[in-house]
Design a protein around this ligand. Structure first.
Ligand SMILES: *Cc1c(COP(=O)(O)O)cnc(C)c1O
Length: 398
């Protein structure tokens, strides 16, 4: 998945454009910047690649999620439905606004189970936030139908799945709002960065203002701009945007390398008895950043991961035991360990995640093993890896 593996001349050239003028900020300084507007250009490039009207580039994927929610008017006490398997950023962004993260089980897509989403809806629910983990997507059609019926927003966290698609639409563009991360380990990187995409004019305007202290960006004098509402600083710098501008031009090349490597590994293991592939919803195409499969049970899955690592298959994940990505280890959320006092709405509204039953999620994730697909592997490395994976899985999976 990581675009940093292929950091090179194009990235250096883009960054040098910025260094030559010294204008490191995305707004203002028109006379000094020698025509370089890297953040703006990257926004245009993302809108074009993702077939949406608007892109707002920001400082991280986490801030993108926060801003997406804020731009749609989500605030204290509103409930946001999110999956049990995701990155901690999902509930961080929700709690940052005083909203309440409502955790819902995953199914064999390893993302939100639509039936469980329906069961979790209350009068306070405002948003359904599927997270397209490890390069593949939620059952977006089912989720969209639920959202339409209950008048909820569909916010796609596509931070790990940029370049994937569903019913021909780029992931992130199917819902009301979509978010990407360009942190250092994502498919394309800015070093640090993120983006919100939407076709909704009002949300786009809100995101533009909110990410820059509420500035309305009217006129050429920042000091004279008015503030229609409160905001914050979630800006990206021109240096980070410049790296992203080089990387977005390479996205489709990265995806085709990932697909080639993924396919070679998949073909080596998919027919092994006892091994099943993670379900990709009909109409979906992954971005091929991970190869993810189920073993017959939890014990076998755990052994598989250990054996793969012992056989030098690196980049191999057993998410069930992972501190960052699964509810089982989120003690800080369950016990609401915060530095300062949290809003009453969060304290009183948070379900008791120490006792809630997530056995359906446990059953799927307990059996899941994921292998990171790298861009820099040689053909020989891919062949060796495929062979080793085949040997290990055949030995373990019976
Ligand atoms: C990386 C990631 C984020 C957060 O992105 P940052 O840019 O690191 O803040 C959010 N959600 C998911 C699923 C991610 O993988």
């Amino acid at each position: 998945m990581p675009g940093f593996e292929l950091f090179g001349d194009q990235e250096r050239k883009q960054v040098n454009d910025v260094l030559e003028t010294g204008v490191l900020m995305r707004y203002g300084f028109d006379g000094m910047r020698n025509g370089h507007w890297k953040a703006k250009e990257l926004e245009t490039a993302i809108s074009s690649r993702m077939q949406v009207k608007h892109t707002q580039l920001v400082s991280s994927g986490t801030s993108a999620l926060t801003i997406a929610l804020a731009s749609a008017g989500i605030g204290a006490g509103d409930e946001v439905i999110m999956p049990t398997f995701t990155f901690v950023a999902s509930f961080e962004s929700i709690i940052a606004l005083g909203a309440v993260p409502v955790l819902v089980d995953i199914d064999d897509t390893l993302t939100l189970d639509p039936q469980k989403v329906i069961e979790a809806i209350t009068p306070k629910t405002k948003v359904v936030m599927p997270v397209h983990m490890c390069g593949s997507m939620a059952n977006l059609k089912a989720l969209k139908d639920i959202c339409s019926k209950h008048n909820l927003l569909l916010l796609e966290d596509a931070c790990q799945a940029i370049g994937g698609s569903y019913e021909g639409k780029p992931l992130g563009s199917y819902g009301d709002l979509g978010c990407f991360s360009f942190d250092y380990v994502k498919t394309i990187t800015c070093g640090e960065g993120g983006a919100i995409i939407t076709n909704n004019d009002a949300y786009a305007k809100h995101a533009d203002h909110y990410s820059d202290h509420g500035h309305d960006h009217v006129g050429k004098d920042r000091g004279a701009e008015s503030h229609p509402f409160l905001g914050y600083n979630f800006r990206i710098s021109e240096l980070n945007a410049a790296v992203g501008l080089a990387q977005i031009a390479r996205l489709d090349d990265f995806l085709s390398i990932q697909k080639k490597n993924y396919t070679a590994l998949r073909e080596a293991i998919e027919d092994i008895p006892g091994v099943t592939m993670r379900t990709v919803p009909e109409g979906g195409e992954e971005n091929y950043s991970f190869l993810t499969f189920f073993m017959p049970d939890e014990e076998t899955a755990r052994i598989t991961q250990q054996e793969l690592v012992a056989n030098e298959v690196d980049g191999c994940f057993y998410w069930f035991d992972n501190n960052w990505h699964y509810v089982k280890k989120w003690e800080h959320l369950k016990d609401l360990k915060s530095l300062g006092k949290l809003p009453e709405e969060v304290v009183n509204g948070l379900p008791d995640y120490n006792t809630q039953d997530f056995s359906q999620s446990d059953n799927w994730l307990g059996r899941t093993v994921s292998v990171l697909i790298k861009l820099s592997w040689t053909e020989e490395e891919v062949t060796n890896r495929a062979e080793k994976m085949k040997q290990v899985l055949s030995a373990v999976a019976v």
